[in-house]
Design a protein around this ligand. Sequence first.
Ligand code: FAE
Length: 545
Amino acid sequence: MTAKLMQHQLTRRQILGMVALQTAAASGLTRIGLQSAHAAEPAAVDNSPAIVVGSGYGGAVAALRLGQAGIRTLVLEMGRLWNTTGSDGKVFCSTSAPDQRSMWFRTRTEAPLATFLWLDLVNKDIGAYPGVLDRVHYDNMSVYVGRGVGGGSLVNGGMAVTPLKSYFAEQFPTVDADEMYGTYFPRARSMLGVNTVDPAWFESTEWYQFTRTSRKAAANAGLKTTFVPNVYDFGYMQREAAGTATKSALAGEVIYGNNYGKRSLDKTYLAAALGTGNVTIHTLEKVRSVTRASDGSYVLTADRIDTTGKVVETKQYSCTYLFLGGGSLGTTELLVRARETGTLPALNAGVGAGWGTNGNTMLGRANHIWDTVGANQATMPVMGIDDWANTANPVFAEIAPLPMGFEHWISLYLAITKNPERASFSYDSSSGAVKLGWTAAQSAVSVGMAKKLFDRLNAANATIYRYDLFGSTSKVFADDFTYHPLGGCVLGKATDDYGRVKGYSRLYITDGSLVPGSIGVNPFVTITALAERTMARVLAEDTAP
Ligand code: FAE
């Protein structure tokens, strides 16, 4: 679908929402809504019928559907609105010259690929600022997440993959898979603006030479590859390649944000949500606690920060309906703390359990000199090696770009393995921190599975792994981070089968914490579709007068 065509499909309300996002940015507001510029100052306790915590996939779906139902809704997002340009005239900084906009309160970037030829050429010193990408560190695992209005949609690779129906049914035995595949997955894909690369262009463009080289290597090992859809506008990308549009995916932009081409949530769900006139977003406000008042309403305490990270105000909010969309880490942390500190004591033991990495492991292979990957690489992945049907060792490996602007012969992959290991979160009362009990041995399971597949691929091609990309001298597999945090409040365990939190009425979860640690593909389409299902049910059954 071209950008022009997409524009035609934007509803009047979506356009109104986009205007609200733009005006808020231009006037430096941290409150965004159709009435934001004229809104009165909030009372000591700000009451809303509904509050949504977080503006990623789960939060954005909740906000839109609540707004459409005529329910006044406040979204609280700890990150900023990404819509004002820096001194370079761009909203987001580039990956090759990252500045303060790149990472969440860091003084040095922490890119997934730490080194090249073992040299620390990738990471750069930056100023501390509420940048768009965060890397949350736990003892044996760190987790990349997006921060800002749009959550992970601002920094991710846009791969919009619907899981295999049989694996979805295995992971969600109590969910009607026919209804998901007949109604909610199509609804999610349509709202997210999913499209596919033109196969003829893919075969001929220099920008996907890296993918074709990996496909050839996979075929040599008898492995199947498959195209995967994306939310990046491929019509726009083709114009970038033709030199008629400003480059974004073809200029190395991705993990620190895309300035053009990407249908992130602020362009889709959130614009439509604001366009209803019932939704307001507060930015740079982090919810730190949730409790329940005697009248059954929820009371939230949120810290508003400035761009130095200083808390400039602590605010109280109350609502009748509370939707948690803070992501696997954000939502789980809030609820574990609420249970352990006694503010929501009836939360069950499912809260904080069932967390996994979607089996993520990253690795690089060195190609032969004649198997080039190209100096020019698009940052949006469009193909994966699909060996999920191999029951002895199921792996789906995304063929990932490594755009360095010169030929380096490296094929990079993000392997999604069927790692059955799960971990729990616990509350440390001395520090007040919520900790993750993931172990190095649990990561080793993902590595073992990825290694089996890529040993096979290397053997068939007489190629080797790259040892220089992940810091230490002998590290082949990046086993210490994930892009796909899943679980912590698993559907049917911490909640009922529709995301209603057990032990409390009118408290819901709509994000990746519902997914039990693994979904076999990149997860945001599943998270969005499940949130659509939850909202349809909740609005039909729980909010009737
Ligand atoms: P998420 O999008 O993380 O949104 C949570 C939001 O809540 C964030 O904006 C937070 O700042 C905010 N928040 C958290 N706690 C609080 C609090 N206490 N108070 C206020 N606000 C709060 O959650 N997935 C794919 O399907 N395809 C891909 O190609 C892909 N590539 C990725 C690449 C990268 C670099 C990364 C980091 C992730 C990638 N993912 C990809 C994963 C995907 O972005 C992720 O699964 C979703 O964003 C998760 O959606 P949630 O709604 O669960």
